[in-house]
Design a protein around this ligand. Structure first.
Ligand code: PHE
Length: 347
């Protein structure tokens, strides 16, 4: 029994097998355990000798089991180290990491165009005081133009806090905290209670520009926007002003951009048909602008007898749609990584 137990122990090649061997050869029903129990039944003079033999055999078997256990455990651990090793140099099949969003790179591109002219970038909060979003900009509580921009109000209403409906409150903040000359662009997110469709969204992006200095005129405004248009869309793309109304500028104008598709001809390429993008106009709407209303200068602590200024504001999303020929505004907001990576992080 002892020899067959020792042979079985030596033959066990893993811990599982050794467990079976232990039950068979050292367990309660093993031949050696039975032999041990039978010692009592032997004649007294034979007991001592039998007891020694069985005891030695059991000792040897237990020792062999313990030794084998140790060897097999060590082997097991060594094997795990090898089998479960991770080769960090192998190529992976992970999902691509994605790309910077065209709205981020687009806002940076716009900022760069102005920074190159010596302007600065200013930012303001998205959750804004009603006073800065409206009153400081010459839109009093009952001003009819308030409904031009359907506003998201926060609760409680008597705190007078809104989600800003345009980036113009950043103009007001800038004038309130700095002294002229001021040349800033303010890109940012704005909110209006608009439907969500191919050309509208309750959340979109604007870029505001503000220049306050001595002797600033409408000619400076026109020159600045023409330069912006050419930088953004290429040589030959320029702007046109149409008279308009904004409470915070006087005079005010809508800014049109040379249609980037027909490049101002109003015709579909090589045909006598109307260009579809501008409906034959040769121009498309880009944003609003004007000379800062002296009432706004006063409300924001700027000396209107000494300084004048211009301001403009346009949709960044719309600008990017033009630049990239996007048909649906929503593609900019839906977070599809295939869309984002297609821009390759550069504009
Ligand atoms: N704030 C205006 C809008 O959201 C745009 C604008 C900005 C017009 C600055 C004039 C001057 O429609």
């Amino acid at each position: 029994a002892r020899d067959s137990a020792l042979a079985a122990i030596a033959a066990a090649t893993d811990l599982e097998q050794l467990k079976t061997v232990r039950t068979e050869h050292a367990g309660d029903r093993s031949p050696l355990a039975l032999a041990n129990r039978e010692i009592g039944a032997l004649p007294p003079q034979a007991r001592k000798e039998a007891g020694q033999r069985v005891g030695q055999a059991r000792g040897a078997v237990n020792q062999a089991l313990a030794a084998r256990q140790e060897v097999l455990e060590a082997e097991h651990e060594a094997r795990i180290l090898v089998e479960e090793a991770v080769d960090v140099t192998l190529p992976t099949d992970h999902d691509p990491v994605g790309g910077r969003h065209p709205l981020t790179t687009g806002a940076e591109l716009i900022a760069d165009i102005f920074v190159a002219m010596g302007w600065e970038v200013a930012e303001g909060p998205v959750i804004e005081a009603e006073w800065l979003n409206f009153d400081a900009l010459n839109l009093g509580p009952d001003h009819p133009a308030r409904t031009m921009q359907d506003t998201f109000w926060t609760e409680p209403a008597d705190h007078h806090i809104v989600l800003r409906t345009h980036t113009s409150p950043v103009q007001a903040r800038t004038m309130l905290t700095r002294t002229p000359p001021i040349y800033v662009v303010c890109p940012g997110r704005v909110f209006r209670t608009d439907e969500y469709d191919a050309t509208h969204s309750p959340m979109f992006h604007q870029v505001e520009g503000l220049a306050i200095d001595e002797g600033i005129s409408m000619a400076h405004l026109k020159g600045t926007l023409d330069h912006f248009a050419a930088q953004m869309f290429g040589d030959g793309i320029t702007t046109r002003f149409r008279p308009s109304y904004f409470p915070f500028t006087e005079p005010s104008a809508e800014v049109d951009l040379t249609c980037f598709v027909c490049r101002g001809t109003g015709l579909k390429d090589g045909t006598t048909e109307h260009c579809r993008t501008c409906r034959g106009e040769g121009w498309i709407e880009w944003g609003g602008c004007g000379m800062v209303n002296p009432r706004v200068l006063q409300a924001c602590g700027v000396d209107a007898t000494r300084y004048s200024g211009f301001a403009f504001g346009m949709g960044i999303d719309r600008t990017l749609m033009f630049r990239h020929g996007l048909e649906d505004l929503r593609t900019l907001f839906e977070g599809d990584v295939r869309f984002t990576t297609a821009f390759g992080s550069e504009l």
